[in-house]
Design a binder for this molecule. Sequence first.
Ligand code: NAI
Length: 340
Amino acid sequence: MFARSALRSSLASSSRLFSTSTPRQTKVAVLGAGGGIGQPLSLLLKTDPLVSSLSLYDIRGAPGVAADVSHVDTPSEVKGYAADQLDQALDGVQVVVIPAGVPRKPGMTRDDLFNTNASIVRDLASAVGRVAPTAHILVISNPVNSTVPIVASTLSKLGAFDPNRVFGVTTLDVVRASRFLSLVTGSTPAECDVPVIGGHSGATIVPLLSQTNLGKSLVGSGETYGQLVHRIQFGGDEVVKAKDGAGSATLSMAYAGAKFANALLRGLNGEKDVVTPTFVKSPLYESQGVDFFSSLVELGPKGVEKIHPVGPLAPEEEKLLEACLPELKKNIEKGKAFVA
Ligand code: NAI
């Protein structure tokens, strides 16, 4: 059994974007800072008291974003870097957030982005491995199920892979699950923390409503449960459709990215019981060929402190997990094969 009390205390604070502990100096880089996610994410990170310095990089537009964000009245330093300044942007950074790459258009799956984003992520990871080999890397670029193995394999080739320091950001699924459950139950999102496990696309997203006080009675309730699970798994499609060709989730993703970055920074600062789902190198389903998996992870001074098992599942959730694992395995293998 995982430490439920730790989960509660960590997730209980999750309705606030940032919580603080005694700050140390933390330099954070955003690679892809000029994009739809990168810009609001940079703004939110500027307001995080645990960030002392922000390094904003993109192949276009980052110096302008940096000049703009740098006027916000918080103490952190902000610098922007142009296309040919990636190494300078990474100099001395402890945390690197990667939202670089193309987003979906209507009708596309996240896997359809593979051809373009795989090489972008590989090249950025390679630069991090060379210039900032001890940095923690937060991967937002899709398909996360493949881009995280790409980062891991790229770093492995350089002898710089530490599984405690590479994270796929699945926080938007957690944020959506909380919001959507609150709408169904007429409560507040703060009362609706939902562990979401598996991966970050469609059927690989597995919400564990049976482990929540307000959601457990819905499990097996037929239509309401089925619709809620579908909305959590395919919530991203609602945004892609509404934006009608202009991209996918950017603002809610920036919020989720900033929230996860803050959780990691709190862990790095020594705060206890920081527990949140994230997609990491994981032993949980390794015997089935799935060696990256999102489950509740305790974050600490070295990054991943402890990977919690998934805990008891309802029969409906066992079925969701059965559908998740083979697809996730394929996505992971595709990422590894790209680097090999
Ligand atoms: P966008 O197109 O608005 O921005 C992407 C930025 O990346 C652009 O500014 C572009 O110049 C930059 N870029 C491209 N190649 C680069 C390189 N080699 N180095 C540095 N920067 C580079 O796209 P958006 O909407 O910001 O999405 C970014 C990624 O995030 C997409 O892959 C999208 O699918 C993913 N995403 C992930 C989510 C998650 O939950 N993990 C949720 C939503 C989107």
